[in-house]
Write a protein that binds this ligand. Structure first.
Ligand SMILES: [Mg+2]
Ligand SMILES: [Zn+2]
Length: 219
């Protein structure tokens, strides 16, 4: 199967070219399509935010050695996989646009997370800054849409788990289902405005499975 984009796809516009539509997310599909499928399992996906959701947030982290999964992250990924649900990450990495991170560093950190928790089925990274006008930086829907496309999962069959309001906004803009797992940096008004809130990753996964799987299928 040919995926729409892969790690050899251009990262964005050529230098000097106007931005706008040339700004593409980085997509890396790690496993062969269908690897996480269980016979008869409905095609569905859970997309995690990375920093502050799957791993502890280290601002502009380019060091794989600094990766620390959040409690329950490994079990959350395993539970989804055993239910036949695809698992991916949708992450804003504006440190790239700001010149604080290279693509090599971002990839190294993501591969470390793959080694600790996965491998995950797809990585969707927005390397742009807030002023770049891209369509992928959350709260825009582009990362969620690109990850779903790479997985062959319709967005309405995807749940996005994140720790801030823009994760949920990106989910809703894409037609996916949002679940907020607040942490100490989540603003109270974002938690209050969230459509669905879970106290930790385990509860978020239970919520996701009950949304995605028919009754009796959610463990
Ligand atoms: Mg986050
Ligand atoms: Zn972007």
């Amino acid at each position: 199967m040919t995926l729409p984009t892969d790690s050899t796809a251009p990262a964005g516009p050529a230098p000097g070219r106007p931005a706008a539509d040339g700004l593409l997310p980085w997509i890396r599909a790690t496993g062969p399509a269908g690897r996480a499928d269980r016979p008869g399992a409905p095609r569905a996906a859970v997309l995690f935010d990375r920093d502050g959701t799957l791993v502890h947030d280290v601002p502009y982290n380019g060091d794989p050695g600094a990766v620390r999964p959040v409690a329950g992250a490994s079990a959350a990924v395993a539970a989804l996989r055993s239910a036949g649900v695809r698992v991916g990450v949708v992450t804003n990495q504006s440190g790239v646009a700001r010149g604080l991170l290279t693509r090599r560093q971002v990839d190294a950190v993501n591969r470390r997370i793959d080694a600790l928790l996965g491998p995950l089925d797809v990585w969707a990274v927005c390397p742009h800054g807030p002023e770049d006008g891209c369509r992928c930086r959350k709260p825009a829907p582009g990362l969620v849409l690109a990850a779903c496309r790479a997985l062959g999962v319709p967005p309405r069959r995807a749940v996005v788990i994140g720790d801030i309001g823009s994760d949920g906004a990106a989910a809703e803009a894409a037609g996916a289902f949002p679940v907020l797992v607040p942490n100490p940096v989540t603003r109270a008004e974002e938690t209050a405005a969230a459509r669905t809130v879970a106290k930790d990753l385990a509860e978020a996964v239970r919520t996701a499975l009950s949304h995605l799987l028919p009754p009796g299928r959610a463990a």
